[in-house]
Design a protein around this ligand. Structure first.
Ligand SMILES: Nc1ncnc2c1ncn2[C@@H]1O[C@H](COP(=O)(O)OP(=O)(O)OP(=O)(O)O)[C@@H](O)[C@H]1O
Ligand SMILES: O=C([O-])CC(=O)C(=O)O
Ligand SMILES: [Ca+2]
Ligand SMILES: [Mn+2]
Length: 666
C-alpha cells in the first residue's frame, strides 16, 4: 500500500517524488474536503492553555481539602506554628508533634506533599527557632515532606518510582518485596515493663511479652524518629481500628515506604474525608523505621530487629524489619490490652454471617484456614483475622484482609483470587517479567506470600463489619499428624481446653529432609499477640459462649489417612462441606460417636463428605501407626497443658475442673 510511496488512492496526500533517499518524505497537504480529516491545522478554538505546563495543570482537579495538596502549596511547620491553623496546618502540627525528638528541638519542619512537586515551597521563609543556639542541630534546619493519607493511585506511583521491587501485576495489584524479613519476628518483640504493666500483663514462661525498660524504648524511639526525620519524605496514615464505633481507636502510622502506607490503608479502617478533617490527636502511633536497624549495643537488643510496644506512651517502634504484618499484629496486641479493660474480648479469628444473621467465629493459628473459610461465597464476610466480642455482638478490628497466596487457585478460592486487583498489595510473589502474571506456586522468595486488600474487595463483605452474637465457635487445627477428626463437636469445657491449648501442627518449612510435623501450641490461638494471661481471655470466652448458647467445633484442616508424607491434606471442598453443615444447623442434630483418648464427638455422616474419612483411624492403612501417632499427640497436649493446671478460669471452680478433665485421657 502507501508504505513508502506516492501511491494514493484517495489523493489526500502523497510523498514527494523528489524525496531524497535519506531524507524524510515530505507530506504535501492538499486543499479539499477530506484533507482536514487527515492532516489538519489546529484551527479549532483552543482550550484553556497556552503552554504544555498549563495543559498539564488542567489534567488534575483540586481535590477535597483532606487529600494532599499538589502544587507545592505546602505549609511549613517550624517550632512555632501559625496562630489560626487551617485543617491542613492542624494535621501538620499534629504530625510534627508525633515526630518531635525528645531530646532536641521540638517537632521537625514539615511540608505537605511530594518533594518533587513542591519545589516552590523552598521559598517559604523559615521561622527562627527559640531553642538556644547550642541546641540547634542540622536536623532542625531541614524540611521533611509529609505524604498524608495518600490514595492508592498516588501510593502506586510513589512505590513504582522510588521503591525497588514494586511492579504492577497483570491484574493491577502492586507487587512489593518486604526485604530480608518475609514473616513476623516474635523473638524481637519487646514490651515496656513499667509499674502498671508489670502487674497487668502476662510475663515469664510462655508469654510473648519480652520485657524492655522505658529508657531503652526511648533510645529506640529516638533512633526511629531521627531516621524518619532524616528522610526527604515520610508517609503518614491516620486511620481507625474496630468497627464498633463506641470502642474504636484512632491510629497514626508514620512510615518510610509507600508499600507500608498502602498496606495499612488497606488493613485499617479508612476514615471518611470528614472524619479525617476532625481526626485530632491519635490514640496510638506507630513509628515504622523498619528499613533502619536497631543498634545492637542498645540494652535488650539481641538482633538488628526490634519491635517495641510502649502501652503507657501509646507508641510502637519498628526497627530492622520491613515485613508489613508487624504493624497489623502490633496493633492487634494493643487491642488485646485495651479491649479486655472494657470487658470486650479480642479474638484471633475470622468471622462471617449467614443470610439469617447466624454468626460464626473461626479460630486458628497461622495457615489453618481463617481467611480461606471465612471468605465464603454464601455468607457475609465480617472479617478474616481480628475481632472483638462485646455485649453488643461482634466487630471486626480491621478494614481489610491479609490472605495467604501460596498455591492460590481461582477455582478453589474465587473471591480471594478476584480481590487481587488494583489497590491490593501483593507481597513477595514471583511473576512473569513480561506479562506480569503471578505464579502463585512459586516459593522462590518465601512460602509466606500474601495479599492485603480492603474488605470491600470481597463482594459479600458486610459493611459496617459488625454482627450479632456468634452461634458457632469453630476451632481450626491443621493437624499434620493426621489423627484429629476432620470434624468433631465440643462441649464447653472441651472448647475451652482446645482454645487454651491452641494446637496446630504444620510441616516444618521447606527444608530438605524434614518429614516430621512440628506441633505448635499457642494459647488462645494467638499467644504471639495476647497481652494478659490466657486464662483471662478464656474466662471471657466461656462466659460469652455460655450466655449466648454458642456451640464449639473442632475442625482439622490438615492431614487425613496418615501423617504428612503418607497421608494427604483434607480437600478444601470437603472442609467447606463440613463448615456448611455447621452453619446450616444440620450437624447439631446429627448422630455422634465418641473417640477414645481425646473424647471427641464425631458425626456419623456429613452431607457431601465421604463417611470413611470422618473417623481418622479408618483412613489410615497402618492402624498401629495411627494409634502410636495419636498417643504421641495426646502426650504433647498433656505436656503443654501442664502450665495451666494451677490456674483458675474465671470464678467458676467447677468449669475449671471440667476444663482440666477435657484433655486427652490415656
Ligand atoms: N482443607 C483445607 N481447609 C482450609 N484451608 C486449606 C485446606 N486445604 C488447603 N488449604 C490452604 O491452607 C491455607 C489456609 O490459609 P489461611 O490464609 O486461610 O490461614 P489463616 O488461618 O487465615 O492464617 P493467618 O492468621 O496467617 O492469616 C490456604 O492457602 C488454603 O488454600
Ligand atoms: O501476622 C501475620 O503476619 C500473618 C498472620 O495473620 C498471622 O501470622 O497470624
Ligand atoms: Ca489470614
Ligand atoms: Mn493472623
Amino acid at each position: 500500500m502507501a508504505g513508502n510511496g506516492n501511491e494514493n488512492a484517495d489523493g489526500d496526500f502523497s510523498f514527494s517524488a523528489a524525496a531524497a533517499r535519506d531524507a524524510l518524505p515530505r507530506i504535501t497537504t492538499e486543499k479539499g474536503a477530506k484533507s482536514a480529516d487527515v492532516c489538519h491545522d489546529d484551527t479549532a478554538p483552543r482550550v484553556n492553555f497556552q503552554t504544555i505546563d498549563e495543559l498539564h495543570c488542567l489534567q488534575k482537579k483540586r481535590s477535597a481539602p483532606t487529600t494532599p495538596l499538589k502544587e507545592g502549596g505546602g505549609v511549613v511547620m517550624g517550632t512555632s506554628g501559625p496562630t489560626t491553623p487551617s485543617s491542613g496546618e492542624t494535621m501538620l502540627q499534629s504530625v510534627s508533634a508525633s515526630l518531635a525528638s525528645l531530646t532536641r528541638e521540638t517537632g521537625p519542619k514539615l511540608i505537605r506533599g511530594d518533594p518533587t512537586s513542591a519545589a516552590k515551597v523552598a521559598h517559604v521563609p523559615h521561622t527562627p527557632t527559640s531553642v538556644p543556639a547550642a541546641d540547634v542541630s542540622d536536623s532542625g534546619l531541614k524540611f521533611t515532606h509529609i505524604l498524608h493519607n495518600l490514595s492508592p493511585a498516588e501510593l502506586y506511583e510513589q512505590a513504582i518510582k522510588y521503591e525497588k521491587g514494586s511492579f504492577v501485576t497483570s491484574t493491577g495489584a502492586l507487587a512489593t518485596l518486604s526485604g530480608a524479613k518475609t514473616g513476623r519476628s516474635p523473638k524481637d518483640k519487646r514490651v515496656v515493663k513499667d509499674e502498671t504493666t508489670a502487674s497487668e500483663l502476662w510475663w515469664g514462661k510462655g508469654s510473648p511479652n519480652i520485657e524492655m525498660d522505658e529508657q531503652t524504648f526511648l533510645v529506640n524511639r529516638e533512633r526511629a524518629v531521627d531516621y524518619l526525620n532524616s528522610l526527604d519524605k515520610v508517609f503518614v496514615n491516620d486511620q481507625y481500628l474496630n468497627w464498633d464505633p463506641e470502642n474504636s481507636i484512632k491510629v497514626r502510622i508514620v512510615s518510610a515506604r509507600a508499600y507500608h502506607s498502602l498496606f495499612m490503608h488497606n488493613m485499617c479502617i479508612r476514615p471518611t474525608p470528614e472524619e479525617l478533617e476532625n481526626f485530632g490527636t491519635p490514640d496510638f502511633t506507630i513509628y515504622n523505621a523498619g528499613k533502619f536497624p536497631c543498634n545492637r549495643y542498645t540494652h535488650y537488643m539481641t538482633s538488628s530487629t526490634s519491635i517495641d510496644i510502649n502501652l503507657g506512651r501509646r507508641e510502637m517502634v519498628i526497627l530492622g524489619t520491613q515485613y508489613a504484618g508487624e504493624m497489623k499484629k502490633g496493633l492487634f496486641g494493643v487491642m488485646h490490652y485495651l479491649m479486655p479493660k472494657r470487658k470486650i474480648l479480642s479474638l484471633h479469628s475470622g468471622c462471617n454471617m449467614g443470610k439469617e444473621g447466624d454468626v460464626a467465629l473461626f479460630f486458628g493459628l497461622s495457615g489453618t484456614g481463617k481467611t480461606t473459610l471465612s471468605t465464603d461465597h454464601n455468607r457475609y464476610l465480617i472479617g478474616d483475622d481480628e475481632h472483638c466480642w462485646s455485649d453488643a455482638g461482634v466487630s471486626n478490628i480491621e478494614g481489610g484482609c491479609y490472605a495467604k497466596c501460596i498455591d492460590l487457585s481461582r477455582e478453589k478460592e474465587p473471591d480471594i483470587w478476584n480481590a487481587i486487583k488494583f489497590g491490593t498489595v501483593l507481597e513477595n510473589v514471583v511473576f512473569d517479567e513480561h506479562t506480569r502474571e503471578v505464579d502463585y506456586n512459586d516459593k522462590s522468595v518465601t512460602e509466606n506470600t500474601r495479599a492485603a486488600y480492603p474488605i470491600e474487595y470481597i463482594p459479600n463483605s458486610k459493611i459496617p463489619c459488625v454482627g450479632p452474637h456468634p452461634k458457632n465457635v469453630i476451632l481450626l487445627a491443621c493437624d499434620a499428624f493426621g489423627v484429629l477428626p476432620p470434624i468433631s463437636k465440643l462441649d464447653l469445657a472441651q472448647t475451652m481446653y482446645h482454645f487454651i491449648s491452641g494446637y496446630t501442627a504444620l510441616v516444618a518449612g521447606t527444608e530438605e529432609g524434614v518429614k516430621e510435623p512440628r506441633a505448635t501450641f499457642s494459647a488462645c490461638f494467638g499467644a504471639a499477640f495476647i497481652m494478659l494471661h490466657p486464662t483471662k481471655y478464656a474466662a471471657m470466652l466461656a462466659e460469652k459462649m455460655q450466655a449466648q448458647g454458642a456451640t464449639g467445633w473442632l475442625v482439622n484442616t490438615g492431614w487425613s489417612g496418615g501423617s504428612y508424607g503418607a497421608g494427604s491434606r483434607i480437600k478444601l471442598a470437603y472442609t467447606r462441606k463440613i463448615i456448611d453443615a455447621i452453619h446450616s444447623g444440620s450437624l447439631l442434630n446429627a448422630t455422634y460417636h465418641k473417640t477414645e483418648i481425646f473424647g471427641l464427638e464425631i458425626p456419623n455422616e456429613v452431607e457431601g463428605v465421604p463417611s470413611e474419612i470422618l473417623e481418622p483411624m479408618n483412613a489410615w492403612e497402618d492402624k498401629e501407626a495411627y494409634k502410636d501417632t495419636l498417643l504421641k499427640l495426646a502426650g504433647l497436649f498433656r505436656n503443654n497443658f501442664e502450665t495451666f493446671t494451677s490456674h483458675k478460669i474465671g470464678d467458676d471452680g467447677k468449669l475449671t475442673e471440667e476444663i482440666l478433665a477435657a484433655g486427652p485421657n490415656f
